[in-house]
Design a protein around this ligand. Structure first.
Ligand code: SAM
Ligand code: SF4
Length: 472
């Protein structure tokens, strides 16, 4: 995974001021054409935000199309967690520059949503004057108003306030996954990890009331969803703002009890807020999935302190012991950053030894990417790109070997898989276990999509299992 150097937006897009090139278009001039296209970058929370934005647009009479070429309104819901993700958006915007004869047809209404919108703000209008809307995630509640202004003829509208205690709830959400419904229970983040841009781009933590969450879960169950995934940057820091004051583990149990719900997942958990009550809840309820995503970021207490993660290596390993002590075999996945400023070989060795000690079932690893508005961006002792890249390879190799071993230990066991896809080969299906492992299996039965099937594991690789339907 190669890292790129931070290049400001200014150098990626031609420097034309809004005055010189009033290329932005308002919806007012678009007659009856209310087609829209949306592309989403980044995390599951962004994916789900887009599902809600689509709901808002459909409610206003817009129609979704699958190509930007067929749309009058083109939205990019953006990610800026690492520099590379932010770059992708700028290259998409460049395609609409009216000065490029080879670019896409101009005259479209272009909107930038999400983290890059918040990070760059109205500067986007300066550098890409053909953009008409810039809106950060903390302002999504204002989207109907912003759309109404575009429809009324304005060609520059922005929603960039983060000072809010409101969550984004919609009358309609267009869900893309046929079997799993995502549901954000906390927006924003109140932690202050020194490398992370999320608190800046998504604003302070806002919790959704438990009644409202449970009402939506019941509605989802009524229309046939059996799996719910609760989302939040630190989902387990949930504090119910209503007078029911449910704790996170109480909320998990309440969601799991909704009639028709067979699986409940949650993501992402912060180690500091992971208590025994959450593990007890998973043990107590068959519907609570046996998987916890628990990002550690580094195995060195020194680096964790510089990252402001609020726990030490030993405290993190204590959480691992807590989870491994459960009656259920709970799988644990993680996120790791290599090459944080000042990370020495010794620090990196401690991350490798933490992999051995924790025995993660999977995870994501990243090279550190300096982000604007974060304390780490101005820290001394940057790690050279080549060292970051080498460390990432070493880390991936070590973790791969652990996953092969852990997955192989499951051969012979029977798991329930929710069938999510059919392979092109006949009688081959792909499903997911409660522990969130991909399980490819054979069955002689037709029409298994969306079904729960018991599967005996017959083989294992680093990232998936293979098996056959169990007829016992
Ligand atoms: N809220 C979650 C948490 O506390 O771990 C995840 C937030 S972020 C969307 C997902 C992952 O991106 C993080 O866990 C971290 O490993 C990685 N990440 C965040 N900022 C980064 C940066 N500046 N450079 C590299 N990776 C980063
Ligand atoms: Fe970023 Fe840390 Fe908040 Fe996660 S907990 S979103 S890494 S600041």
């Amino acid at each position: 995974m190669a890292e790129s150097i931070h290049v400001p937006l200014a150098s990626l897009l031609p420097s034309t001021s809004a005055k010189e090139n009033p290329a932005a278009v308002s919806l007012g001039g678009l007659g009856g054409d209310r087609t829209f296209y949306i592309e989403t970058f980044g995390c599951q929370m962004n994916e789900h935000d887009s599902e809600k934005v689509v709901g808002v647009l459909l409610r206003r009479g817009y129609r979704q199309v699958t190509s930007p070429d067929d749309a009058r309104l083109v939205f990019y819901n953006t990610c800026s967690i690492r520099e590379k993700a932010a770059h992708k958006v700028f290259s998409r915007l460049g395609e609409f520059n009216p000065k490029n004869n080879f670019g896409r047809e101009s005259g479209k209404v272009i909107g930038v949503l999400g983290c890059v919108a918040q990070q760059e703000g109205e500067e986007i209008f300066e550098r890409a004057p053909w953009v008409s809307l810039v809106c950060g995630s903390a302002s999504y509640r204002k989207l109907p108003l912003l759309l109404a202004r575009l429809e009324a003829g304005e060609n520059r509208v922005a929603g960039l306030e983060t000072d809010t205690d409101e969550t984004f709830e919609t009358e309609l959400t267009q869900r893309d996954h046929p079997f799993r419904a995502y549901l954000t229970i906390i927006e924003g983040c109140d932690k202050a990890c020194s490398y992370c841009i999320v608190p800046y781009t998504r604003g302070p933590e806002r919790n959704r009331a438990s009644d409202s969450i449970l009402r939506e879960v019941r509605e989802l169950a009524d229309v046939g969803y059996t799996e719910i995934q609760l989302l939040g940057q630190t989902v387990n820091s949930y504090r119910d703002p209503s007078n029911r004051h449910l704790t996170f583990s109480e909320l998990l149990l309440a969601v799991a009890e909704v009639r028709g719900i067979r699986r409940v997942r949650f993501m992402t958990s912060h180690p500091r807020d992971l208590g025994g009550d959450i593990v007890d809840a998973i043990d107590a309820s068959p519907a609570l999935c046996d998987h916890i995503h628990l990002p550690v970021q580094s195995g060195s207490t020194r680096v964790l302190r510089a990252m402001q993660r609020t726990y030490t290596r030993d405290e993190y390993l204590e959480k691992i012991r807590l989870i491994r002590g459960a009656r259920k075999q709970i799988s644990i996945t993680t996120d790791i950053i290599v090459g944080f400023p000042g990370e020495t070989e010794q620090d990196f060795e401690e991350t490798l030894s933490l992999l051995d000690a924790a025995q993660f079932d999977g995870g994501f690893s990243f090279q550190y990417s300096p982000r604007p508005h974060t304390p780490a961006a101005i820290m001394a002792d940057a790690v050279p790109e080549a060292t970051k890249s080498h460390r990432l390879q070493v880390l991936l190799e070590r973790q791969r070997a652990i996953q092969v071993q852990r997955n192989q230990s499951l051969v012979g066991q029977v798991f329930e898989a929710l069938v999510e896809g059919a392979s092109r080969r006949e009688m081959q299906w792909t499903g997911r276990t409660s522990s969130n492992r991909v399980l490819n299996f054979t069955s002689s039965r037709p029409d298994l999509l969306g079904e729960y099937v018991r599967v005996r594991v017959t083989g294992a690789g680093p990232n998936s299992l293979t098996g056959e339907e169990s007829i016992e």
